[in-house]
Ligand binder design. Sequence first.
Ligand SMILES: C[S@@+](CC[C@H](N)C(=O)[O-])C[C@H]1O[C@@H](n2cnc3c(N)ncnc32)[C@H](O)[C@@H]1O
Length: 253
Amino acid sequence: MKQYSYDESSKYYDLLETSDKENKERNDFLEKAFKKYKITSVFDLTCGTGAQAIYFLKKGYSVKASDFSKGMVDVANLKLKKENLKQRFVKGDMRDISFGKAEAVITMFNAIGHLSKKDFIKTLGNIKENLKPKGYYIFDIYNLKDMPRDLPLKKHIDIIKEKENTILVRFCENKLNLKTGILHTKHELLIQHNLEGYKTIKSHWDMQLYDFKEIKGILERNDFKILEVYGGADRSTFKDKTSQSIYLITQKQ
Ligand SMILES: C[S@@+](CC[C@H](N)C(=O)[O-])C[C@H]1O[C@@H](n2cnc3c(N)ncnc32)[C@H](O)[C@@H]1O
């Protein structure tokens, strides 16, 4: 599996990949689960620029957070500094990082899609090590069965954004292998500052997707029981063929 290099475009991640609305929805989803299962300590093993970890830290939860990309961790740590928060996040790999024992581990916003199936299983083993007995693992991944419905394959512009003096235009091309569940994406990001000549960042990478049956099997074989499943952060009913995502609250057995 070809990895996506978040380092190159980490400065633009918040503008390109998420919105305040989406982040709020994901945090509301988590907060409901944390309250319901009386969770107060959380390890975020794919914190990115801090969308979940900073939110819950500010809410008074005990949070430790890490990410594979130094660029993403640097952006998150800058935000912590700006907010006068003492804590810092660290560069780490969800496959082997060891933080101690928490009541919950999270890897939000399709983060496990960056792992091969074999590495996802390895990660589940590591998550078990990072969880207290009966701890919770909460995550989401795009639903492979829904993916072909709206996925544009031909080269197209998928994002145009403008903020302050920066304009971002991104071209995107996708290829989905339904047998392996691997989505191959090519991006060409054009960045222009202050009407100067533009810079191009080219990248291509793979994302491993799952349908519900497969992810359920993997979780169960690796000692995680599914407690709740939804079709999105809005807690919509999960529909096997038409839900865009699989949102899961699971418990270590
Ligand atoms: C789509 S981003 C999600 C980040 C954040 N949770 C959010 O909601 O914005 C996926 C993140 O997974 C991280 N990632 C990919 N492979 C990883 C690994 N093996 N260990 C830790 N983080 C990883 C990437 O660096 C990236 O920051």
